[in-house]
Write a protein that binds this ligand. Sequence first.
Ligand code: AMP
Ligand code: ZN
Length: 117
Amino acid sequence: MAAEPQDDCLFCRIVAGKIPATLVRETDTTLAFRDINPQAPTHVLVIPKAHHRDAAALATADPALTADVLRETQAVATAEGLDSYRVVFNTGAGAGQTVFHAHAHVLGGRGLQWPPG
Ligand code: AMP
Ligand code: ZN
């Protein structure tokens, strides 16, 4: 089910070790690293190592890997000592997606407003 790495994909390049990142956790199938432009005291991205363009494509192509990503968001929250946090999958440019390799934002460490902007 694994999609091929894309040479022009920023997060595939992080998975390949070609671009540095501040790693938080790693499993066989996922990577968690700190967002370069944090929007909260904790702002970690959890990605599948395999390339899928967004959460919708990931969920359709590989439900087990989707579950791995979601499980890792919980592991990151625990490791960061968060009891309240938000998990966000921006899906599509109109929702603010800028990197087209599926990723979950794990945000916490401050009060979070609802609804989001
Ligand atoms: P999105 O806008 O939902 O696609 O999220 C992409 C996220 O990737 C943004 O929050 C960026 O700050 C973050 N980002 C971009 N480049 C890097 C990088 N080299 N290392 C870590 N995070 C990055
Ligand atoms: Zn990719």
